[in-house]
Structure formats: structure tokens, C-alpha cells
Design a protein around this ligand. Structure first.
Ligand SMILES: Cc1ncc(COP(=O)(O)O)c(C=O)c1O
Length: 312
């Protein structure tokens, strides 16, 4: 993975080597931070980098910060502009991942959220696939349960909560799977370690509802829109039992990092024929065209990073 050259740090874009924090930083000890993750896609035909749904990501970033009693001093539009300046400074001509972070920066001891300073940082690096085989992944059902909304809100991207994701991902990987589906306290499917879950059964699309201790994924919302509007499919948002997974005709994970990954087995039970099915295939085709700015009616979701003067 290539390192970034710059970071937005303490209000300025600086060389990455200058973006350093103290080992006493509160967030490092207690997980009192929140993050976002965005992708920007390089489209060679347009000689353009398209940042995907930045305002939606930054709205959720602000909401996550609020859960930690942080009132961000930037609007989503200002954060988008900072992201674009950073990407321009890097000058990437390749697919890129952008990581905004807000953290309790005070060098102090004591578990709390109030009366602490906070800071924002952002960096971007070249990033390809997150999953090795997006066209067919093998998942397991984790022995870990998803953090509950009344423990640490999964609706926010709260850093401390990602120990839950890390436990599930590592267990799955060490057991030879690509990822894990995680059940909530009631035993219903919530989501994967860092992606939302959908399945197709008898011609209907089913996904866990927003109250199932999931992150309200922006890719989830994107997939819903494409499935409804372009594939004309019905979508049911309802609890999914563990064994209903085995009756799925198709299933997939979706998220900014994962993009759209077809699930071809769950705990060694083949999904569909054990290969990517037609719905996931078409959804992926539309998704990748859209993020590359090729679907005109979704152009409002992609933000060009380079100005026309810079291109020509
Ligand atoms: C726990 C979790 N669920 C779902 C997602 C997908 O969210 P999005 O599509 O907004 O990236 C992520 C992405 O980071 C995640 O960490």
C-alpha cells in the first residue's frame, strides 16, 4: 500500500511526516474518535477522479462526532472542499481511499467525553480492492455478537467499536473465510465486519433494517436505489434468521471498502449455484459505471476532483 504524501492536520494540509500526535492522546487510550471512509475513482476516459457521495459521508461523519460530544467546526460542504484540496495536492490518477478522522486530542488520562479538546485529520492513499475475490467470497457466521446500540452506537463510525469488527474479521480470516456475518444480541443477522448485507430470495431482495444494530451504509443506500430504480426489484427490510441465509438464491456485502462483493458460500453452504448470481452481477455492473461518472442520472453523486482547467 502506497503511503500518502500529505495530510490535513490541525487545520492545514501538511507533509504527512508532520502529522504526528502524542502517545498521551485521549483517543489512543479510550477509542474516543470517529472516522469516515470514502472512495474516489479514477476514470481515464474523462481524465478525472470522482469522489463518491462526499456530502453524505461528511453528514454521517458529523453525526458520529456528535455522538462523542464533538461539534465539528466544518460543514459537510467545507469538509468536502478540504477533501478535494487534499486529493488535488496528492494528484492521484488512480483509485483512492480517503480517511477523515476526528479524535479527542487532549493529552490526558480519564475516561469521559466531555471537557476535552478534539482535532480533525484527513489523508488519502491509492487503494484497489479490499476483498481478494469480490466476485465470490466465502463467509462464516461469527461467534462474536454485534455491538448493541445501547452499548456503543453502531450507527456511528466510532473508533472504539471497531474492536468488535476486528475480532470478527480476524476470527473469520484465521478460520479460512473471507469475512464474517455478525448476529445481533437477538440472533438476527446485522452486517459483516465492515460492510452491510443483502440477500435475494424468491425474486425479492432482503436486508436487515436500520434498527438491527447496523451502520447506515452509504453503499447500502446506493444499492437500494439501484435495485429499486434500475433493477425494479422489491426490497424487504426485516430481520434475517441465521438459517434463512442458507435459503438465499444470492447474497452480497456492500460498503465503501468492500464495494459490492458476491457471497458464494456461508459456513460452507453454497449460495445459489456457488457462483455470483444475475442480480449481483447486474448491480455490480451498474455500480461501477455509476462511480466512474458514466450514469448521467447519478452524476450528482460523483464529485469531480480536478477542475477542467487542470485537466486541459
Ligand atoms: C460496520 C460497517 N458497516 C457497514 C459499512 C458500509 O458503510 P458505507 O457503505 O457507508 O461505507 C461500513 C463501512 O465502513 C462499516 O464499517
Amino acid at each position: 500500500m502506497e503511503n500518502p504524501h500529505f495530510a490535513f492536520f490541525e487545520g492545514l494540509i501538511v507533509p504527512i511526516e508532520e502529522a504526528k500526535i502524542s502517545i498521551m492522546t485521549h483517543a489512543l487510550h479510550y477509542g474516543t474518535a470517529a472516522f469516515a471512509g470514502l472512495r474516489a475513482y479514477w476514470e481515464a476516459d474523462d481524465h478525472q477522479l470522482y469522489l463518491f457521495r462526499p456530502l453524505d459521508h461528511f453528514r454521517r461523519f458529523r453525526a458520529s462526532a456528535e455522538m462523542l460530544y464533538i461539534d465539528l467546526p466544518y460543514t459537510p460542504e467545507q469538509l468536502r472542499d478540504i477533501a478535494i484540496s487534499l486529493l488535488q495536492r496528492e494528484g492521484y490518477h488512480t483509485d483512492t481511499y480517503l480517511r477523515p478522522l476526528v479524535y479527542k486530542s487532549q493529552p490526558t488520562i480519564g475516561v469521559r467525553l466531555h471537557d476535552l479538546t478534539s482535532d480533525i485529520a484527513m489523508f488519502a492513499l491509492p487503494f484497489g480492492s479490499y476483498m481478494e475475490h469480490e466476485e465470490g467470497i466465502n463467509v462464516t457466521v461469527s461467534s462474536w455478537r454485534r455491538v448493541d446500540d445501547n452499548a456503543i452506537p453502531p450507527r456511528g463510525k466510532i473508533c472504539g467499536a471497531y474492536v468488535n469488527s476486528a475480532l470478527t474479521k480476524t476470527e473469520a480470516t484465521l478460520d479460512g473465510f473471507d469475512d464474517a456475518l455478525v448476529l445481533d444480541q437477538e440472533g438476527h443477522v446485522a452486517e459483516a465486519s465492515a460492510a452491510n448485507f443483502f440477500m435475494v430470495r424468491n425474486g425479492k431482495v432482503i436486508t436487515p433494517p436500520v434498527y438491527a444494530n447496523i451502520l447506515e451504509g452509504i453503499t447500502r443506500n446506493t444499492c437500494r436505489t439501484l435495485l429499486l430504480n434500475e433493477l425494479c426489484m422489491d426490497i424487504e427490510e426485516r430481520p434475517i434468521d441465521r438459517t434463512e441465509l442458507f435459503s438465499a438464491d444470492e447474497a452480497f456485502l456492500c460498503g465503501t471498502a468492500v464495494q459490492i462483493a458476491a457471497i458464494t458460500s456461508v459456513d460452507h453452504h453454497r449460495i445459489g449455484g456457488g457462483v455470483m448470481g444475475p442480480v449481483v452481477k447486474e448491480l455490480r455492473r451498474l455500480f461501477f459505471r455509476m462511480v466512474h461518472g458514466k450514469l448521467s442520472h447519478y452524476r450528482h453523486w460523483v464529485e469531480p476532483v480536478y477542475s477542467m482547467e487542470a485537466i486541459h
